[in-house]
Write a new protein. Structure first.
Length: 413
């Protein structure tokens, strides 16, 4: 890409359905991208949904600002659609205040940006955060697939498609979107923050989570939601304790051999919430001594520094940033071979993989790493190098910034 010189740095709207205080993979990516753009001199406005009355409609944020619009209300499946008119209206009204719109999780809100473009002529970057946005995946039935196909055609009209996973990149190309509008820009992480711990850091981390030296710490990080495979993980842990062949002594598993630490918030009010169900499962099967729920935590690197294994048993996952963070910290990952996870979790190289919805296979993968310290060490040794370059935010965000400059300056011929 050649960039037309500009007298002023680009002015960017980061359009995201949700932002702080909601924290998740999408929100984290939007937040860190905002910070990076601000740090290199871009003028950034985060445009997001109103949540509660105690949050101001406009407030400063790391050199930029956050603007909250649309009807107030909590996160919900339909909320991103209800704010569509407000998105279009704001972008049209403030068209003299920005040059480019980057729609993070373009479902719903991205249509508002594309509608506003008819008036503003400002370029739009669409960044799908799930698979199936640009092309149906065949699970929606005839009517659902037709609707997905129509919506995908609209999203595909964006000036650039930022693909967070190779699966999404393939979807974009399958819709015959020109190659020069399709960009592989995965969600990325701060590699200086997520790194292997020193001996002292690891000892301190394990102490803070009460993990003894002879305990294998298995960690899950994510919202307690059904599609994250939380209940599959509970059942797999039960199978480990029940001695599914080859058996692990359940007393040793419960008392001093392995512990499962579950970190993440309940999805209160959401149909997929399984927080209460998971805790009830643990109590019903007598797993309290080996399963610990710690809720949402702010210092994720500290938890990963305490871990021996990280588990991500998602049913579907566009990328799986928690797994990237774990590998960057030198921790092998047990994951379901779905979506973007297959881009970087390689079976018996830096982790173990299994099919989704299969607690028995998940238990077997966990068992292989719990019971075989040599294999666990070998996979841990390959972990960081497998993601260090591809998912470094300094590398990825600099490419994203170049794309913004290109679009803001006008595509050179």
């Amino acid at each position: 890409m050649n960039v037309t010189p500009r007298a002023m740095p680009p002015r960017v709207v980061i359009l995201t359905p949700y932002f702080r205080p909601i924290v998740g993979g999408v929100e984290s990516n939007a937040e860190r991208l905002t910070r990076y753009f601000s740090s290199i001199g871009f003028r950034v406005t985060v445009l997001t949904k109103r949540l509660t009355r105690d949050l101001p409609d406009v407030e400063p944020f790391d050199g930029g600002r956050v603007v909250r619009i649309g009807p107030r209300g909590p996160r919900s499946p339909g909320a991103k659609w209800w704010m569509l008119p407000a998105v279009t209206s704001w972008l049209v009204k403030h068209r003299d205040d920005y040059d480019v719109v980057s729609s993070i999780d373009c479902r719903g809100v991205g249509l508002g940006a594309l509608a506003a473009r008819f008036v503003t002529r400002h370029p739009v970057i669409a960044q799908p955060q799930t698979t199936g946005v640009l092309a149906p995946d065949g699970t929606q039935g005839a009517v659902g697939s037709a609707l997905k196909m129509a919506l995908g055609s609209l999203y595909g009209q964006a000036d650039a498609i930022a693909c967070i996973a190779r699966t999404i990149e393939r979807e974009a190309l399958s819709r015959h979107i020109p190659r020069d509008r399709v960009h592989y820009l995965p969600n990325a992480i701060d590699m200086t923050r997520f790194r292997p711990p020193t001996t002292a850091e690891r000892a301190a981390a394990r102490s803070s989570f009460s993990v003894a030296d002879d305990v294998i710490a298995c960690v899950f990080v994510g919202r307690l939601s059904r599609e994250k495979g939380v209940m599959d993980l509970m059942d797999a842990w039960r199978l480990l304790g029940a001695g599914a062949p080859p058996p692990l002594d359940s007393a040793r598993l419960a008392g001093c051999r392995a512990r499962l630490i579950v970190a993440g918030p309940d999805m209160e009010g959401h149909a997929w919430d399984v927080g209460a169900e998971a805790r009830a499962f643990v109590a019903r099967h007598g797993l309290q001594e080996s399963v610990q729920f710690v809720g949402q935590i702010d210092d994720v690197p500290a938890l990963l520094h305490a871990a021996d294994i990280v588990v991500q048993p998602s049913h579907f996952e566009a990328l799986g940033l928690s797994a990237v963070e774990a590998l960057a910290c030198g921790v092998p990952v047990v994951a379901c071979a779905v979506g973007g996870l297959v881009d970087f979790v390689v079976d018996d190289v830096n982790g173990r993989t299994c099919r989704p919805h299969r607690p028995d296979e998940l238990a077997a993968c966990l068992r292989s790493l719990i019971a075989e310290p040599g294999r666990r060490a070998r996979l841990a040794g390959a972990a960081r190098s497998s993601v260090e370059r591809q998912y470094d935010e300094q590398v990825v965000f600099s490419r994203f910034a170049a794309l913004v400059r290109w679009l803001a300056g006008g595509r050179s011929q």
